[in-house]
Design a protein around this ligand. Structure first.
Ligand code: FUB
Length: 304
């Protein structure tokens, strides 16, 4: 819902707003951020909560925003709705992740019960259409973890050799290769396991100075922890907590990207008072810094 904070651009389809600190958005409740850096632009893809403190998620569509300077932001028309995935019976638009390959944008989405699907578009801002007409992954692909939300929270990582990987899961963290077409699993599905790995959900893979970093939500209410490895298959070594419980939200769901020589930790909290909370969340972002040995400094949540 546009407010006085938003200035229409070109006929009112897009809007401009200026970041005023955390939370980034105060005119929508947003959750489960994913970010993609392409050319000189950071694209932010989010889930969309509703106001009202209702018990349980009420998420019907996803939202997309972009910036070239982290201050001036553009908001686009709704790019994709859960009803675009006819097989998603529960109607819950859970966390997603967007990746680009050969000029096409693939938005991996999760649903409650129905699994993970893929939207595709020629433009990052969409609109996206269902690429498969069926889920890419379902609970049947999740070994012995078959509860309704076992198959959620896809995270895509394209390695330097061009191989795309998908990580996902709740309670158990799974991963697999994607074929070059980005809409088929290639080979076996594997499971991450290492000493001290207490995985709740929200995996995210990134690479820095040749090391692989797996960050994820741990415990409940969630904190974000991370582990490091020399290869994507591990073995991963637990490195500690990155971010503490997020305000009055029981989930925290992070994205980690480098943009214009600065790393960012993007996450959600229950930040907009008085209505914010676990089911009415707000996306925030803070700078992220490494120690000389490659470990990551704890995130300092700011209002800036
Ligand atoms: O937003 C719905 C679910 O809550 C996400 O899929 C999880 O990561 C948690 O943030």
């Amino acid at each position: 819902v546009p407010t006085a904070l938003l200035q229409p651009i070109e006929g009112g389809e897009r809007f401009h707003f200026t970041a005023k600190g955390n939370p980034l958005l105060t005119h929508h409740y947003t959750a489960d951020p994913a970010a993609l850096v392409h050319a000189d632009t950071l694209w932010l893809f989010t889930g969309h909560d509703f106001a009202g403190g209702q018990k349980g998620y009420k998420m019907k569509d996803w939202l997309v925003f972009s910036t070239t300077d982290m201050k001036n932001w553009t908001e686009y028309p709704v790019p994709m709705k859960i009803t675009d995935f006819s097989w998603a019976k529960s109607g819950d638009a859970y966390a997603g992740h967007v990746a680009e390959r050969d000029g096409k944008y693939y938005w991996y989405i999760s649903t409650n019960w129905s699994g993970i699907g893929v939207g595709v578009s020629d433009r990052p801002e969409g609109p996206y259409r269902d690429a498969l007409g069926k889920p890419l992954l379902t609970n049947a692909d999740c070994f012995d973890s078959k509860h309704s939300w076992a198959c959620i929270d896809p995270a895509i990582f394209i390695d330097d050799d061009g191989q795309a990987w998908i990580f996902w899961g709740n309670r158990e963290c799974y991963y697999a290769k994607l074929k070059d077409n980005m809409i088929e699993i290639d080979g076996d599905i594997k499971r991450i396991d290492f000493e001290g790995f207490r995985f709740t959900e929200a995996p995210w893979i990134h690479k820095h100075n040749g090391k692989y970093y797996l960050s994820y939500a741990t415990e409940f209410p969630e904190k974000i922890a991370y582990a490091m490895a020399d290869t994507i298959d591990g073995p991963y070594e637990y490195k500690g907590i990155l971010n503490e419980i997020a305000g009055n939200s029981n989930t925290n769901h992070q994205a980690i990207v480098e943009f214009k020589n600065q790393w960012y930790f993007i996450y959600h909290n229950g930040g907009i008072n008085p209505d914010g909370g676990s089911y009415s969340r707000s996306v925030c972002m803070d700078p992220m810094f490494y120690n000389p040995d490659g470990t990551i400094k704890r995130i300092v949540m700011t209002t800036e």
